[in-house]
Write a protein that binds this ligand. Structure first.
Ligand SMILES: [Zn+2]
Length: 569
């Protein structure tokens, strides 16, 4: 038994996440957490909301609410949706927690003591009408390169040119539209990441088993152009973690907060403290401090590719730079993007299917199965309603659902609702056991390696093998001439149901729960196919379960296709 710490990239607070976000971090992290627990490992699975920064302030203002109240409400919404998708977090925390305030200030103090923080005076745009400094992306104006009139201070969306706010022609505040802007001097703290480049390079080089997607992005940021750049870690904002040097005030930094990218990953650690405070655990340091028991923890992170630089460079720089024995990540599983019907999912444009909408039309298992079996691991993948309908109907309804329904109903009609006695397993059953044994080994290897599509495809093949067996052994035919043989086939096929439930639970937990409930057994990971398929003895009472998966009809599919074709309003 191992101890495995799992974190999912923390979703930003300002809205409900779409299915592309879900499959890029939380859902695969949940799959792995469920698998690890099923294999008997001790797991701590953490996620939280990422609550600071200007977008949260602006979303709150738009909703007409104080930002702390807005965040508390949106946290509750995301928490509820996570439960709806059966995300089995041990704790779903908040980056605005007191634990994260304290830890973030602590890390900043340690980094300053180590000489890794620099005070930099810079010029920043101040809006007199808004009474605040404006982050680059909240200044709009005309692009000097292409003439587009809604270019942002950090980049022109039209021609993609990187900009400085002072490059813009006729700049204005994106908050109020005011043109009463001036450039003021302000001081900020910078994390001297560039000085840690060699250390980070060596650390990345040591991760020979990481996905190429992860290491290639890290190396690009380390080496391209002028190499790894120092990064500002403070902002002139109200909403955030006040800048302090540990517990002490930081002269010159009054009224400033830490930049959200600095405090968000520290929440992974703080969240474990929240988990203890919530009464769900007793000792968080044994998961996070290598001097307090975390040296045997394996730490795995899940995230979309856009988050890789922060997790491979900036957060490790914070941890290594602190000089304290914090646990560093052991494996980073990163994902490409899931696209939506010929374009991109987009939160800002409301394009695609969002978590609340998905649960309103179908149970979570349908989405979990499809999204995970199409996880964008080696390249982007695409959601279309046609493939969704086709795959769900085939894999879940025709193969798995049909198998369970067919054999339990057949047994009820011929033998009653108890596993039939009599007969013995023959060559056909022994051959399938050998086949399933090999498949089980492969499935576990894919799950251990977090190769999600390969694991899904092996699981599908395991379901198909049962269906093919039932078709060829044909207990309904055997029953007429040799009821003993029919009894053995039926007993074997019924034994496949808890075997399937155990293996399928990480993907489709609700259906797996229904399967074991109907079969009157506990959910368990099979030690071997040979043992598992002899688990239910003759006479064991079961019940025919309700239909596990209803098929998606063409009418529904067309209706959803139309309903989700536009943008969310
Ligand atoms: Zn432009």
């Amino acid at each position: 038994m191992a101890r495995i710490l799992i974190t999912s990239a923390i979703p930003y607070i300002n809205g409900i996440k779409h299915l592309g976000n879900l499959v890029g971090s939380q859902l695969p992290a949940d799959l792995y957490a469920r698998y690890c627990r099923a294999r008997g490992h001790e797991v701590l699975f953490l996620c939280a909301t990422d609550e600071h920064g200007t977008p949260a302030e602006l979303a709150a203002a738009k909703a007409g609410k104080p930002v702390d109240q807005f965040c508390a409400e949106m946290w509750a919404v995301q928490d509820e949706l996570g439960r709806g998708f059966r995300l089995s977090f041990d704790h779903f925390g908040r980056s605005s927690s007191p634990q994260n305030h304290k830890l973030t200030q602590h890390f900043a103090g340690r980094l300053a003591d180590a000489g890794l923080i620099e005070e930099v005076s810079e010029k920043q745009v101040y809006s007199n009408a808004d009474g605040r400094f404006l982050p680059d992306r909240y200044i709009e104006g005309t692009c000097p390169n292409c003439g587009y009139d809604k270019a942002r201070g950090d980049q022109c969306e039209n021609c993609t040119k990187q900009l400085d706010p002072t490059d813009l022609i006729d700049p204005r505040s994106a908050i109020s539209g005011s043109t009463d802007l001036e450039v003021r001097e302000t001081k900020h703290l910078y994390l001297k990441q560039s000085g840690m480049r060699d250390q980070l390079n060596a650390w990345i080089d040591s991760k020979t088993d990481w996905p190429i997607l992860t290491t290639s992005i890290a190396r690009k940021w380390l080496n391209d152009g002028d190499g790894l750049q120092d990064r500002g870690i403070t902002r002139d904002l109200d909403w955030g973690i006040p800048v302090k040097r540990g517990e002490a005030d930081w002269p010159g930094m009054e009224g400033k907060v830490f930049y959200v990218w600095f405090d968000a990953p520290i929440e992974y650690i703080a969240c474990a403290g929240e988990w203890v405070e919530a009464g769900k655990g007793t000792d968080w340091e044994r998961w996070w401090r290598t001097d307090k028991g975390a040296d045997d923890v394996r730490y795995v992170q899940f995230m979309g590719k856009d988050n890789v630089p922060f997790h491979t460079l900036s957060f490790p720089a914070t941890i290594l730079g602190s000089g304290e024995p914090w646990k560093l990540v052991d494996y980073i599983k990163s994902f490409n993007y899931l696209n939506y019907d010929g374009g991109q999912f987009s939160t800002s444009q409301g394009r695609g299917v969002f978590m609340d909408q998905a649960l309103a039309i179908l149970p979570s298992d349908y989405w979990r199965w499809w999204l995970l079996s199409h996880a964008p691991e080696t390249s982007d993948s695409e959601f279309t309603w046609e493939t969704f309908q086709q795959d769900v109907n085939k894999d879940l309804a025709d193969v798995l659902g049909n198998f369970v329904s067919r054999i339990t109903k057949f047994c009820r009609s011929k033998f009653g609702e108890a596993v039939p006695e009599g007969g013995a397993y023959g060559p056909q059953e022994e051959a399938l056991i050998i086949d399933l044994e090999a498949r089980l080994t492969r499935y576990q290897a894919h799950m251990d390696a977090i190769e999600i599509r390969k694991a899904a495809s092996e699981l599908r093949a395991i379901w198909v093998a049962g269906n093919e067996y039932l078709q060829s052994a044909a207990p309904w035919t055997a029953y007429k001439e040799d009821p003993e043989r029919a009894a053995a086939i039926t007993r074997f096929a019924l034994n496949l149901i808890p075997f399937y439930a155990g293996l399928s639970a990480p993907f489709i937990p609700d259906a797996a729960a229904l399967m074991v409930e109907a079969m009157n057994v506990d959910l368990a990971w099979p030690e071997s196919a040979a043992l598992a398929l002899r688990q239910l003895p003759g006479g064991h009472v079961f019940a025919v379960p309700d239909v596990l998966f209803a098929k998606i009809g063409d009418e529904d599919r067309e209706d959803w296709q139309t309903r989700f074709a536009g943008v969310r309003t």
